[in-house]
Design a protein around this ligand. Structure first.
Ligand code: CA
Length: 223
């Protein structure tokens, strides 16, 4: 899952980015409105959620939101702002935001609201299963034949992505776009390292891996 965060206060941006990365999200940060709008329009299909500060240098969060909504009504948008009068809230929601969080907020509250929006976007599915492997996004846990297996955040994000697309081939470039942030150098061979780590933890020894390699293209978990 990948998130765009437009926030000009470095301390707040850093705190949100770190928290979300610990939860397994890839986070692109824009420190002004112009970059925020550019990143949003260039990568719209890559983002699962967009977080917009209201007051940004250059272009405001409201303007970014309006521009996104001209071309995309699906992507969840949350405003983060010190503005808190009823009028401002209504104005933000009318611009096309799905939710509104008043600063200062607890990170846990932001995370909870992101999860609510993701649930409604992805049709509530929170449990994914294949060949004795079960992944539950609600409790952020993976089980193999009922036993908990510890995955790193990136391993978890990669497995979640493959399971969400069960039966389909996941292309390497697409995996990078969904799971790594914009500063990643796009060397897709890093995916193999994570796939191998997941296989080591979850495959049955002696059997074919539950993650199929599609040579030159990517990976697939079969239905
Ligand atoms: Ca600001």
């Amino acid at each position: 899952m990948r998130i765009l965060l437009a926030e000009d206060e470095a301390a707040i941006a850093g705190f949100i980015k770190q928290g979300l990365e610990e939860e397994g999200f890839a986070v692109d940060v824009a420190y002004n409105g112009k970059i925020g709008l550019e990143l949003a329009l260039d990568n719209l299909t890559e983002y699962d959620v967009i977080l917009l500060d209201w007051m940004l240098p250059g272009i405001s969060g409201i303007e970014i939101c309006r521009n996104i909504r001209k071309i995309n009504n699906e992507i969840p948008i949350i405003f983060l702002t010190a503005k808190d009068t009823v009028d401002d809230t209504v104005f933000g929601l009318e611009a096309g935001a799905n939710d509104y969080l008043k600063k200062p907020f607890a990170f846990e509250e932001l995370l909870a609201r992101i999860k609510v929006l993701l649930r409604s976007k992805t049709g509530e599915q929170t449990v994914f299963e294949s060949g004795g492997v079960l992944l539950n996004t609600e409790v952020h846990s993976v089980f193999k034949n009922g036993e908990t297996v510890e995955l790193t955040q990136k391993e978890f994000a990669l497995l979640e992505y493959l399971l969400r697309n069960k039966g389909k081939v996941c292309r390497r470039t697409r995996i990078i776009e969904k799971i790594w942030d914009i500063h990643f150098d796009k060397d897709t061979s890093v995916i193999d390292v994570f796939i191998n780590a997941i296989r080591k933890k979850l495959d049955d020894p002696g059997n074919d891996s539950f993650i199929q390699t599609i040579r030159g293209v990517g990976y697939r978990i079969n239905d």
